[in-house]
Design a protein around this ligand. Structure first.
Ligand code: C5P
Length: 221
């Protein structure tokens, strides 16, 4: 499928709501460049975790200037501990500015072979791609999210209990929704998708249908 006009999809969601999984599927299906923006904060969190002393603005700037999406495909970034550090450093205005530039490049200057771009995160719909053709807010109740994340982490062989996962997701929600800079929020023009009772494929088909209906109306295929 080739589009006449390129599209941009912006997705915001709280931790472990299933946004990453569906965004990846949608990107594959429509041939879009996909960026999981949380992974950038996780990558920086990993740098801090490994060498706190060297975690300086100049080091971060250098790292960001050389970053490639492929560098973010690292299983070490998926741990709960790294997620918690990520949400702490994501409150830093200077760090966000560096990450911001990388996200803008991916959203607007993707390689020509793609039909567009799809980014997911916390402030994508209103700060990174406010003019996205498609905006979604993907969420689920906190227990459903904690169970999913717990299962994912167990699959990866992490030593963690459900209670610990629930606690850290609640902590991350609190930090992401209530921070001063770039808080997580649902914009009025975002479509709300609640995945509490949706399977991964039901969620994919729901979003795919919304996109296809709109691109057909606009004659974009
Ligand atoms: O999405 P993920 O759980 O991997 O994100 C890790 C953390 O990075 C989030 O809890 C959030 O604090 C931060 N983040 C952010 N803005 C984004 C993406 C992630 O602040 N666009």
């Amino acid at each position: 499928m080739k589009f006449k006009k390129k599209i941009k999809i912006a997705i915001d969601s709280p931790a472990a709501a299933g946004a990453g999984t569906v965004a990846k599927k949608i990107s594959n299906y429509f041939n879009l460049l996909y960026l999981d923006t949380g992974k950038i904060y996780r990558m920086l969190a990993f740098l801090k975790f490994r060498n706190n002393k060297n975690f300086k603005y100049s080091t971060i700037k250098k790292k960001m200037s050389r970053l490639k999406i492929i560098d973010l495909e690292n299983k070490k970034l998926l741990s709960d501990k790294i997620g918690t550090i990520a949400s702490e450093i994501a409150r830093d205005k200077k760090i966000r500015k560096l990450v911001h530039n990388f996200q803008i490049k991916c959203a607007y200057n993707f390689p020509k072979k793609y039909n567009g771009s799809c980014l997911d995160g916390r402030d994508i719909t209103y700060k990174i791609i406010p003019n996205a053709e498609f905006k979604f807010f993907i969420t689920a109740n906190v227990k459903a999210r904690a169970i999913r994340r717990y299962k994912e982490l167990k699959k990866l062989g992490k030593k963690i209990t459900y209670k610990e996962v629930l606690k850290s997701i609640k902590k991350r929600d609190n930090s992401d929704y209530n921070r001063r800079i770039s808080p997580l929020k649902k914009t009025k023009d975002s479509v709300l998708i609640n995945t509490s009772n949706l399977t991964k494929s039901a969620c994919f088909f729901k979003i795919k249908k919304i996109i296809e209906e709109k691109i057909k109306i606009n004659g974009n295929i």
